[in-house]
Design a protein around this ligand. Structure first.
Ligand code: CDP
Ligand code: MG
Length: 138
């Protein structure tokens, strides 16, 4: 079974749709393997998104990701990485397919509700960024 990291971003937490988002993953056959609500400092948000450090949106994205609590979730299932990103939808909600989380709830390309790892390598980095071995060994 594959594991991936999803994040309900500060906009999703503020909209009070944590349950709705988790439910969409569960209804598509993914299981919650580990979960917690935390608040990142700006430096921690920058570290998490270090792959985007050269992009013009890096500072603004890091401000957004540290503006309030987030929920970090390890999801487990068959093809969990691809499946999670399909349920989330395209980065820009205007381009996202109908019934995806971003199409239904996101306000803009930046404030797009949820994150999902994009490869096995990023999933491994991102899960270990937030969870210890003890928290995910089941
Ligand atoms: O999250 P996803 O993998 O779909 O997109 P990304 O290209 O890895 O970008 C990471 C995050 O940066 C996005 O989810 C957006 O919140 C933000 N972003 C942005 O603010 N403006 C862009 N032009 C692209 C991404
Ligand atoms: Mg990405």
């Amino acid at each position: 079974m594959e594991k991936t990291l999803a994040i309900i971003k500060p906009d999703g937490v503020k909209k009070n749709i944590i349950g709705e988002i988790i439910s969409r993953f569960e209804k598509n056959g993914l299981m919650v393997s580990a979960i917690k609500k935390i608040t990142l400092s700006k430096e921690e948000a920058k570290d998490f998104y270090i792959v985007h450090e050269e992009r013009p949106f890096y500072e603004s994205l890091s401000d957004f990701m540290s503006e309030g609590p987030i929920v970090v979730v390890v999801l487990e299932g068959e093809n969990a990485i691809t499946k999670t990103r399909k349920i989330i939808g395209a980065t820009n909600p205007a381009d996202a397919d109908p019934s995806t989380i971003r199409r239904d709830f996101a306000e803009s390309i930046e404030r797009n509700i949820v994150h999902g790892s994009d490869s096995p390598e990023s999933a491994a980095f991102e899960i270990s960024y937030f969870f210890s071995e003890m928290e995910i060994r089941h």
